[in-house]
Design a binder for this molecule. Structure first.
Ligand SMILES: NC(=O)c1ccc[n+]([C@@H]2O[C@H](COP(=O)([O-])OP(=O)(O)OC[C@H]3O[C@@H](n4cnc5c(N)ncnc54)[C@H](OP(=O)(O)O)[C@@H]3O)[C@@H](O)[C@H]2O)c1
Length: 290
């Protein structure tokens, strides 16, 4: 049986679905406050708990063969969720003889982005997992295509696309469905054992190419509203004076919008036997347009 954390999240619910599609048993770790009825309908076993409680984690891990850690956090609980909850999951996996552990990290995690508590926590977890003695796979995805669904809907209504940072920066946006499939395959694939993989889409897009894809899908001319990094930094600096918490929340966004996130798709396609989906294809499929 698989344990999936963050099972109500963008990625986690797709991971649960991919496991259910294979007719394998999966335990979905959810909070009581989460919307998890769709997971129940898929046939997942629901485990209600809180990843900030070690005993919850230990109970959830008992009897599991594979663990896929796909929960997320905000900057303010990065330590508790990104770091401590994963350390507790790894310890519980060892204690209960889990066969394989998949950790969802992030592309660029090894670039020493001091500003982002989330990147730092993920890097520390990667090191802890690699030393744990468990069989593991670390996946470092770029930005998820599913993040763009809301922006696509806004574009369809208003024709507007907001872009913070450098339009020329490139990003290998990954289909969230491909990533979920890769995470599940990693559990049993010998070639994925004790390896770390960068996971992006098949193309390295300039960030200002994204609204052009929307234009094609909706057959509508749009307007790109670009917010330069310097303006974003100014706003963040001001917010830091009045609300340091909010400024911290924006620190990971700053890292994301200021840097390039690209990687070679070939190793993933070869090792996982998957043809990675383009952003255009993902959006068309998920926006149900033909
Ligand atoms: N989104 C991206 O572009 C991107 C890119 C690279 C890497 N990643 C990484 O991929 C992973 C999945 O991202 P995502 O976008 O799918 O995340 P997401 O949609 O924000 O989902 C986060 C999940 O974590 C759960 N969670 C939060 N606090 C919890 C707690 N205390 N106890 C139990 N569950 C808790 C949430 O449950 P509730 O439903 O109850 O809130 C939700 O299911 C994350 O580790 C993220 O850092 C994301």
């Amino acid at each position: 049986m698989y344990l999936v954390t963050g099972a109500t999240g963008d990625l986690g619910r797709r991971v649960v679905k991919a496991i259910c599609n294979r007719r394998e048993a999966v335990r979905a770790f959810v909070r009581l406050s989460s919307s998890y009825s769709a997971l129940e309908r898929l046939g997942a076993e629901i485990f209600v708990g809180d990843l900030q409680h070690r005993d919850s984690i230990a109970r959830a891990a008992q009897g599991m063969r594979y663990i896929i850690s796909s929960h997320g956090s905000s900057a303010k609980d990065a330590y508790a969720l990104e770091y401590q909850a994963n350390v507790d999951l790894i310890d519980a996996a060892k204690a209960y003889g889990v066969e394989h552990f998949v950790f969802i990290s992030v592309l660029g995690v090894d670039h020493h982005y001091e500003e982002s508590p989330i990147f730092k926590a993920k890097r520390e977890v990667e090191k802890y997992l690699a030393k744990s003695g468990l069989s593991y796979t670390i996946l470092r995805p770029s930005g998820f295509a599913s993040n763009l669904l809301t922006l696509a809907n806004t574009f369809e209504r208003t024709g507007l696309y907001f872009l913070i940072g450098r339009p020329e920066n490139r990003t290998s946006i990954v289909s969230t469905d491909d990533l979920s499939e890769i995470a599940v395959r990693a559990c049993t694939l010998v070639g994925a054992r004790n390896h770390t993989f960068a996971v992006g889409g098949p193309e390295a897009l300039r960030r200002d190419e994204i609204p052009k894809i929307f234009e094609k899908i909706f057959q509508k001319k749009g307007q790109l509203l670009s917010i330069p990094l310097e303006v974003f930094d100014g706003i963040r600096g001001f917010l830091g004076l009045v609300n340091s918490g909010l400024s911290k929340e924006l620190s990971t966004l700053r890292v994301l919008v200021a840097n390039e996130y690209t990687c070679d798709p070939q190793p993933i396609e070869q090792i996982f036997g998957i043809e990675l989906e383009s952003l255009h294809h993902f959006l068309r499929r998920n926006l149900q347009r033909t």
